[in-house]
Design a protein around this ligand. Structure first.
Ligand SMILES: [Zn+2]
Length: 372
């Protein structure tokens, strides 16, 4: 390592301060002005970098910021993060404290701590190597699906890079290589209303729906004895009807399903097998559908992680999806790993401070190997 690297104690101080400043801004979807304030805060810091151009982008009301080297639209490496957090009703919840070596507060681990790391590494790398082809993208809709952030950047604006870093999943030595695909589905079963004392006069859409849901679940639970659960799952999340009377059969019933599935299954396979199991009087509507992803992380990143942490990397599979799915579909190696975090989406969410410092060094080492 070269001698102009920031010493650990100063780095730790900066990462903690920046993370805690970011946590104080309640940047959730219900508070768009706070999201703007968070973006302005980050931009104020970025504007101090002389060779960086900052671009704002906006898709259907969701904003974001792109920081790129001058005259460069497609950086070699792109750091990708999101500023938005899950909603907590009281603004007073958005504070933090330090406890047993962790920063504890809403968004600490998803992903304001990681945002602080990306930000510091971007700043320090650009000041030392202004010629390096390194970009930073900050989106604000990841917690609501990422369609107006990362998808918009890559699909609509044509962003490309040789490698993308997304510190939003996995662990310090756990790099994600596969993510399950997802289908959110709404089923609407139409029956015929009647008095519950004379059910033969009606057609009960709730009972019809339960039978169909059971048959779909049976179809998706093959391989469910696998202890890693690397098999399709189908979970009922909502069942509803407008009926409020225990003695009445309603005319319509709805069920919402959350289906997750690994490769080689595709969205088309999943929808085909659902259609086969639906009765004629049941309609379905796809709310969200995403194919499973294969992330193919850069071997140089695995090397840097092993070198800095002194431990082997485990390539892991993830049951949930991330913004990586919008990038890896263009055959761009995408690295999803993270410092130690926990209690995600609660007010007690945390990020481990020492692992933040180590993680920063992993990024720094990778960028030096890749870009210099
Ligand atoms: Zn996240």
């Amino acid at each position: 390592m070269t001698s102009n690297l920031i010493p650990d104690d100063l780095l730790r101080e900066r990462l903690v301060a920046l993370t805690r400043d970011l946590i104080l801004i309640p940047s959730d979807a219900t508070r768009p002005r706070e999201i703007d304030r968070g973006l302005a805060f980050l931009k104020n810091h970025l504007e101090a970098l002389p060779h960086i151009q900052i671009q704002d982008f906006k898709c259907k009301g969701d904003r974001g910021v792109l920081a790129l080297p001058e005259d460069c639209q497609h950086p070699q490496v792109l750091l990708c993060g999101h500023l938005d957090v899950i909603t907590h009703s009281a603004v007073s919840d958005y504070g933090s404290h330090i406890h047993e070596g962790k920063i504890v507060g809403p968004g600490a681990g998803d992903m304001k701590g990681q945002l602080a790391i990306m930000f510091e590494v971007f700043r320090s790398f650009n000041s030392q190597h202004p010629e390096a082809s390194l970009g930073l993208a900050i989106t604000t809709d990841e917690e609501r699906g990422g369609e107006h952030g990362t998808r918009y950047l890559f699909e609509d604006l044509g962003m490309r890079c040789e490698a993308a870093l997304i510190p939003d999943g996995g662990g310090l030595n756990e790099v994600i290589i596969e993510e399950k695909g997802m289908v959110h589905l709404k089923l609407t079963s139409k029956g015929h209303a009647s008095h519950a004392a004379r059910p033969w006069l009606g057609i009960n859409p709730l009972e019809a729906l339960l039978g169909q849901v059971q048959s779909i679940q049976d179809a998706f639970h093959q391989g469910s004895d696998d202890k890693d659960h690397w098999h399709p799952t189908c979970t009922v999340t909502i069942i509803e009807s407008s009926n409020r009377s225990p003695n009445r059969i309603p005319a319509i019933a709805k069920a919402f399903l959350d289906i997750r599935f690994p490769r080689p299954l595709t969205v088309a396979n999943v929808l085909d097998s659902i259609k086969e199991r639906l009765q004629a009087n049941t309609d379905f509507k796809v709310i969200i559908a995403d194919e499973p992803s294969h992330l193919s992380p850069d071997p140089l990143f695995i090397q840097s992680t092993e070198k800095i942490t002194g431990r082997p990397v485990r390539l892991i599979k993830s049951h949930g999806g991330s913004d990586a799915r919008f990038i890896c579909r263009y055959d761009i190696p995408t690295m999803v790993s993270s410092p130690f975090v926990g209690e995600l989406h609660s007010t007690e969410e945390w990020i481990d401070i020492e692992s933040m410092v180590t993680f920063y060094r992993v990024y720094e080492d990778y960028l030096q190997t890749k870009l210099l």
